[in-house]
Design a protein around this ligand. Sequence first.
Ligand code: F6P
Length: 328
Amino acid sequence: MANKINKIAVFTSGGDSPGMNAAIRSVVRTCAYMKIECVAIYRGYQGMIDGDFKEMNARSVNNIINKGGTILKSARCEEFRTPEGRKAAYEQLRKEGVDAFVVIGGNGSFAGALKFNEEFNFPVMGIPGTIDNDILGTSYTLGFDTAINTVVEAIDKIRDTASSHNRLFFVEVMGRDVGHIALNAGVGAGAEEILIPEQNLGLERLLDSLKRSKKSGKSSSIVIVAEGDKTGKNVFELKDYVETHLPIYDVRVSVLGHMQRGGNPTCFDRVLASRMGVKSVEALLEGKSNYMVGIRDNKLILTPIAEAIKAHTPVDEELIRVSDIMTT
Ligand code: F6P
């Protein structure tokens, strides 16, 4: 039988995402509700190794549900990749009397948690926090909804100036190797073309599509380019290519960058974070370990971390079709 859990640690790891604070709040308050102790770890796995801990109670997380970023800071930690680093982290957790942890992060953070569990049989639970929405076992990761709303708002503004000057804009969005942000925000913002790594459009077809668009009477165009897309070397090369081959277009580039990771979380992300936090603590108290909390069909589900990190979530084929139809 699993050892009784009296104290849970919570931390954020990897790239931050809006909704992480709401998830921290939820874990802390669920521990308070269940009358068990909770400790926060600052700076992810690095803080675990350094013993950067702080006791939390229900009041420690007042007024953070609405805040972007993470109050606990985040880091990508090389030392935790080594057996010595993980041993040092384990010793700090034992010293602090921590019985289990909840890690809020992405694929890399989960892989670390899994390894840690294998080595020390230490109970771990994951909450998916990344704007990329690339983790298997959940339809939504924390921060994705906020990020796509941020992107749509930015593109709406770009469209104003694009149409005033009859310009073509390439807008690069984040998403690492996947096109979820590009596809969803692209459909939401009414982009004329969406380039994602999952579909290799190719430069020729891009030109054809832009020619068609011009012919059909469009005076300005927005092309969303996922940062992982391979149609050109990068978004600036796309601009040069189009300007060379289609001089009728006056082209500009806008790389949205890290503004996509910031900002107040949407209501959707806040509610999701609150639900996932409760579920993560409940699952640990039920003796479960090595799972990630996810959501599917509006029901919370647990997926083994080993499954969740195996591959990226595929893009929605139906949404690709919708986008194809909308861009005619
Ligand atoms: O994983 C989140 C993400 O924002 C990706 O979309 C992006 O490729 C990457 O992190 C950027 O990482 P960094 O903040 O380390 O530059």
